[in-house]
Design a protein around this ligand. Structure first.
Ligand code: OGA
Ligand code: MN
Length: 353
């Protein structure tokens, strides 16, 4: 069963008409701390270029012009399991090839909950999430007053995709169709939540081990743009329950499953829960766990595993002015933990206009 839950207009019409956001100042990537491992070539001839001491790589040598064989997928998947983030340059993938390749990772999610909430879908397939700033009416960069642009501000907070649905996301594959002019921003930043877990004290690990968190799309939106979402009350909307500390089945490591969507922690009052959530977000946001990956040309694709890394958009001076056309397939989690503590017989999803 699949049901959709939506919250529509959240403030008075007057507020919505006059509301605009400001472009985020140009993001300066943080310097990498420590030594980055040397690039290497796999047995089948793929080149892996690590981008950070503990996670994330660029993968070279895949022939994206052909359908990807099972063997090639298996190798790419092994690299994704290990690195959490895999950047593939200049793939030239079409919408169809992007979707076809993504299906190797598992069941694909789609944008129906957003369409049900009143959003106009500009892309040809419901499996493509629209992560850019293109106005579906004009095809140009949407203005800073557009609901889509205001909502996307929340993506500048570290998050994992779709943890607010009953069944969370596993992998995301984000493909650039149009990138903004050089020097105007639009890079994507990642954080290594497995290593952030490893670095916690034994005492802290024990304290966190059994905690259950409640995830809400509306909480993250409200945190990012409080005035716009001031009438939205996440406690009255669906909350998705997941364990804070997770086994990452694909790497046999543990992961700190924290995100901007985490609204509350079971068994803690608001002050205590919010305090711990903020502390953990601060921990995983330490510069040593982070790396920024710029989009170099149209056709670049970044694959990430939402169950082992966090990510965020960094905005930029292009916002409201230049198009950034980014399309994402989202693979539903295929691990044993996909439903967290939610009822697996009721696969509800949430959406926003
Ligand atoms: C996403 C996302 C970041 C970006 O597509 O899930 O968070 O830089 N994107 O567009
Ligand atoms: Mn995202």
């Amino acid at each position: 069963m699949s049901t959709t839950v939506t919250a529509t207009k959240t403030s008075s019409a007057e507020t919505l008409q006059t509301f605009t956001i400001k472009p985020t100042p140009l993001w300066q990537p943080l310097p990498i701390e420590g030594d980055i491992p040397a690039p290497y070539t796999t047995n089948s001839g793929l080149e892996v270029v690590p981008l950070h001491p503990t996670f994330a790589c660029e993968l070279r040598g895949v022939d994206w012009s052909k359908s990807i064989s099972q063997e090639a997928y298996d190798e790419i998947r092994q690299i994704a399991d290990q690195y959490g983030v895999v950047a593939c340059r200049n793939t030239g993938l079409t919408d169809e090839a992007h979707i076809e390749f993504s299906r190797n990772f598992g069941d694909l999610d789609d944008v129906r909950p957003y369409i049900d909430a009143g959003r106009k879908h500009r892309l040809a397939y419901p499996e493509l999430f629209d992560a850019g700033n293109i106005d579906p009416e004009t095809g140009n960069a949407a203005p800073l007053s557009a609901a889509q642009v205001i909502g996307n501000k929340a993506n500048e907070q570290f998050h994992v995709d779709s943890s607010f649905n009953a069944r969370r996301a596993g992998h995301s594959l984000l493909l650039a169709h149009v990138i903004p002019p050089k020097g105007m921003g639009g890079a994507t930043e990642f954080a290594d939540s497995r290593t952030a877990y490893d670095d916690l004290s034994e005492e802290m690990k024990q304290e966190l081990e059994t905690l259950v968190t409640n995830h809400s799309l509306f909480h993250s939106r409200k945190k990012a743009v409080p005035d716009y979402f001031k009438d939205t009350d996440p406690s009255k909307l669906p909350l998705s329950k997941h364990r804070l500390i997770q086994d990452h089945e694909w790497s046999s490591r543990k992961n700190l499953y924290i995100a901007s969507y985490v609204y509350s922690i079971d068994g803690m009052d608001t002050v205590q829960g919010t305090g711990l959530i903020n502390d953990l977000i601060e921990h995983v946001s330490k510069p040593k766990y982070r790396t920024t990956i710029p989009w170099e040309q149209n056709g670049d694709m970044i694959i990430w595993d939402n169950t082992s890394v966090l990510h965020r958009a960094t905005g930029g001076t292009y916002e409201g002015k230049y198009p950034r056309d980014m399309r994402r397939t989202t693979v539903k989690d295929m691990s044993s933990y996909k439903f967290g503590l939610n009822d697996p017989s009721n696969e509800w999803r949430v959406g926003l206009p």
